[in-house]
Design a protein around this ligand. Structure first.
Ligand SMILES: *[C@@H]1O[C@H](CO)[C@@H](O)[C@H](O)[C@H]1NC(C)=O
Ligand SMILES: *[C@@H]1O[C@H](CO)[C@@H](O)[C@H](O)[C@H]1NC(C)=O
Ligand SMILES: *[C@@H]1O[C@H](CO)[C@@H](O)[C@H](O)[C@H]1NC(C)=O
Ligand SMILES: *[C@@H]1O[C@H](CO)[C@@H](O)[C@H](O)[C@H]1NC(C)=O
Ligand SMILES: *[C@@H]1O[C@H](CO)[C@@H](O)[C@H](O)[C@H]1NC(C)=O
Length: 552
């Protein structure tokens, strides 16, 4: 830089200062949109006097060094038309007696993460216009009727991630969405809120609910109660919620859900579409438990302790599409248990204690929509050959991590649309030719970690195969070489890098004393090939689902 330039610049700036006294304000604040300003290093809203702020609609403040004091003797109405105020970039702020009272027209206020401990009703203008507030991520402890006194126009309010122990909300005529998640609420009461559609109460300490809990919330569509300590829910608690679509009770301490929590009236139907009861301590379901939930589409009872299922449990669930029962202790499924679920498309029974699947659990009539059935991780030793006879439209069947020794062609022959079949981690010694041939629509089959030594005539089976897993079997080497060759020529994906087999860490096949592939199980047994085979040690990853399951 030349000496001249050095000298000229300060002079130029100095001239500007003299001519436009408010230029300091231009440093402080920049327009970022129509009537929309961002200001930096503001110590008080009083600093914004004389900046023409009368016309501003939107203001956000960013402080790195300055500490913002709000409500300590601002006098001017220079922000009288402000509609939106975002102070999240100024955190932490100090809130004094008169708070935001000088902003009567404010509609949106974001104080998320501003370090606030206490906000009271008199921090807002009487009849405040506030519609949307975000007070999340502070240390608020109390919301009482006084707090809401001046905030009757609220539509959206977020108080999540505070330290609230109590919430007592009066009638709120316009409130639409209320977030109270991640607090310490032991109880909460709500006045009449006819417009409230979403009430988020997850991760609090609620232990009980009764009929008074939601009495005034007739318009509620979604109720989030997961991650509380609920152990009892009283008679008719959810009955006032005639519009409710989604109820989440997951991760609580319920050991049962009494049928009458939804009301005891005959012929009464709730609109509920999704009910999440996962991660509780439910040991048994009651007959007619869900009878009033004729519109229910998704029921999640996974991660409980249910041991037995019978048809009475699912009475009335004619609309149900997804039923999740994984990670229970199910030993027994009575005949026709799922027979009335005519709209079921997904059933997850994985990681239970099933040893045998009866013929009739799906009833004797076709379940026309049933597509996905997961039976992974049970102790299935045997399937009745007709267990799946009502499920001709299955496209995804998981039977991995069981103890199956053989398959019967009658299981698969009716499934003309089966695309994915998972049989990994079983005890299969042979897959008969007729079974292979019945799997003509299959695109993905997992047979890894069984006791297979050969596959009969693969080259005439699986016209649509795209992916297969084969490792972890005591393949005779001549059979394995053929199989590999066939898969390669057909462009079928079979290498799975994450298993160790294809890195040379474990043998892919067993050398026999003949140089051809013996396709006869008796002969294989006589040669003692299976006798030597240890199988894979069950490792930590043994229960991880395969790559294709991750796409589910
Ligand atoms: C408030 O500000 C935080 C942080 O910028 C942002 O994540 C949040 O979405 C805002 N809240 C609303 C209601 O816009
Ligand atoms: C608080 O909830 C509102 C919706 O009610 C949402 O827009 C906002 O992003 C939430 N705030 C944070 C910090 O997540
Ligand atoms: C809510 O819980 C608090 C703290 O346990 C208790 O003081 C208060 O009386 C309870 N309020 C209602 C309405 O049950
Ligand atoms: C219920 O809440 C839990 C925890 O927030 C969440 O993971 C789960 O997806 C919710 N269930 C439904 C059906 O939305
Ligand atoms: C299948 O393999 C057998 C024996 O290896 C062979 O005789 C037959 O021609 C093959 N068929 C096809 C369709 O490749």
């Amino acid at each position: 830089m030349t000496p001249t330039a050095n000298w000229v610049l300060p002079l130029f700036l100095c001239l500007l200062c003299a001519g436009f006294p408010s230029l300091h304000g231009a440093d402080l604040c920049q327009p970022v949109g129509w009537r929309n300003f961002q200001c930096n290093e503001v110590a008080s809203l009083q600093d914004l006097v004389d900046l023409g702020a009368e016309n501003w609609h939107t203001l956000s403040i960013r402080n790195v060094q300055a500490e913002l004091e709000v409500g300590s003797g601002e006098t001017a109405d220079h922000l009288g038309n402000l509609l939106d105020l975002d102070l999240t970039g100024a955190a932490p702020i100090n809130l004094h007696t008169s708070g935001f009272a000088i902003l009567p027209h404010l509609r949106y206020l974001n104080l998320s993460g501003c370090g606030l401990v206490n906000i009271r009703g008199n921090h807002f203008a009487p009849e405040s216009a506030l519609q949307r507030i975000d007070f999340s991520h502070n240390q608020l402890e109390l919301l009482d009727r006084d707090f809401f006194g001046n905030l009757r126009k609220l539509i959206y309010a977020n108080f999540s991630h505070n330290a609230l122990q109590q919430c007592d909300m009066p009638h709120m005529p316009l409130l639409n969405r209320l977030e109270l998640g991640h607090n310490r609420l032991v109880n909460a009461t709500f006045g009449v809120c006819p417009q409230l559609q979403e009430l988020i109460l997850n991760d609090n300490q609620l232990a009980q609910l009764d009929v008074n809990a939601f009495r005034g919330l007739h318009g509620l569509l979604e109720l989030q109660l997961s991650g509380n300590r609920l152990s009892s829910i009283g008679l008719e608690t959810f009955q006032p919620l005639a519009q409710l679509r989604k109820l989440n009770l997951s991760q609580n301490a319920l050991d049962a859900l009494r049928p009458n929590v939804f009301g005891a009236v005959q012929n009464f139907v709730l609109h509920l579409q999704q009910l999440d009861l996962s991660g509780n301590r439910i040991r048994l379901l009651f007959d007619n438990q869900f009878r009033v939930l004729a519109r229910l589409q998704m029921l999640d009872v996974s991660r409980n302790s249910i041991a037995s299922l019978s048809p009475g449990h699912f009475v009335g669930l004619g609309s149900l599409r997804k039923l999740y029962l994984q990670y229970n202790a199910i030993l027994e499924i009575k005949p026709a248990t799922f027979a009335a679920l005519l709209n079921l498309d997904t059933l997850d029974l994985s990681y239970n204690n099933l040893e045998f699947l009866e013929e009739q659990i799906f009833g004797s009539n076709t379940l026309p929509r049933m597509r996905r059935l997961n039976l992974n991780g049970n102790r299935l030793k045997q399937l009745h050959p007709l267990a799946f006879s009502s499920l001709p439209f299955l496209d995804y069947l998981k039977l991995g991590h069981n103890e199956l020794k053989s398959l019967d062609v009658r299981m698969f022959a009716p499934m003309r649309r089966l695309q994915k079949l998972h049989l990994g981690h079983n005890l299969l010694e042979e897959i008969n030719l007729d079974v292979l041939e019945s799997l003509s629509s299959v695109q993905e089959i997992l047979v890894d970690n069984n006791r297979l030594t050969f596959l009969a005539k693969v080259n005439v089976s699986f016209p649509n195969l795209k992916r297969v897993s084969i490792e972890g079997n005591p393949w005779q080497c001549p059979c394995f070489v053929k199989l590999q060759h066939w898969l390669a020529t057909r462009d079928v994906v079979y290498l799975r890098d994450n298993t160790g087999y294809y890195k040379g860490e474990r043998p892919l096949c067993i050398v026999t004393n003949v140089d051809y592939c013996i396709k006869n199980l008796q002969a294989v047994r006589r040669l003692g090939i299976l006798g030597d085979f240890q199988g894979e040690q069950v490792e930590a990853d043994a229960f991880d689902d395969d790559a294709s399951a991750a796409q589910d």
